[in-house]
Design a protein. Sequence first.
Length: 432
Amino acid sequence: MTFYNRMQLVAYQVPTDKFYRKNEQSPEVRLPAGPACAIKSKLLDGMLDSMKAQLSADAFSRVMRMIAVAERASESLAIDPVPNTLKLFMAPEFYFRPEQEGGESWSYKPEEQALIMKALALVFSDPKYASWLFVFGTITSHETIGDFVKRVPNFPDPSRLPKMALKALLVWNTAIIVEGGVNKPIALKKLHYSGADDISRKFWPEFTNDNYTNLDVRLKNEYRVTAQDYLVMSKKNGQAESIIPVGDNLTLGVEICMDHAIGVVAQAFEEQQKYGRLDAQLVTSCGMRVAERSLVIGEKQFVFKMDGASTTAADWNPPWNASEIQTVIGWTNDQTPIASSINNLEQESDRKKAAWKQLNAIDEAIELKAPLKLDTGTLQACHYSSSGPDQQVAQMVPVDEACPQKLLVYHPVNLGSAVAQLVTDANAVSGN
């Protein structure tokens, strides 16, 4: 049995948004995948040939680099070796996304997603990762409406649909979660898209009532009703699946970017009504700050965020922290959590600043070099700085300056007295 009383964030800081060419304003494609990295695990030896054959060069390079980076993280002397500390490795949203846009809004084939997940789960099923949890960011993949409707119960005869409808594409954005030492990967689909995702709205797997998506345009009448009912049910299930058990005593909520702003975990928490406060919330994102109204954690519990945005928004007060830990330090009159955020260093209270800085102590910062580092070339990111009250000034800076690629090993945080007592009791029973 594994009971956890501490968590340690290991953040893989790598930019996953779009960038700008030097001296130009037009958006650039994302970072190239680069060459495939060598890995130390031998568990993939029997799969490597099939992976090379079935994955695009881009997908193969990204999965091999992710494995190599996670292996490097596990070797840090700052990693807490105690089994009761859950090591949490997090990567940002959109890490698994092709460099080139193509016709499917930067996405892989569904078979590639399945193979990537299989490879990651196999490598980290090694018993030495038994006290680790990996959130490998997200992967974008596409499928045809024809394949989608095969999963829809009681769907009217799809052979009556025009071939163009069956071939139209949908794009999914899915978080890959792997509990170390257990070969059972979790695929958690993003439920709410936004324009910032750079996924063309026509590919969104939903109905918009304005004939904007492929589902709107291709599915009519009885087809639309059946598929829409299925999607509503799927979102409900996906909301429930955002709360996952880890080890023998932790319950964690996992959200992808906009899902956190909307409060998917909070909705699931309220509707299921079978949990006390969650032990922690995890947010993998690309341009999202911690939203206090979306928190269902209490004092001495935490939210861990890993973000891939190198370009900041004009309405964001500095500083911008790609990875961070926050906790609840109080409650408003309407019982909204007050988190230890520092979205504006000049305006936040000393109490918030002190709480945030204590939580975000870094035990080791590992600067990544080639081949673990992706080549940013001369690409630029846009950052805003304050020039006075309500005034923001845009500045183009090198991507490596805006978001240096590194591994950050945070100091472990204690999960609170109730959780600690569970571990003490469990250790007493086992004689440890």
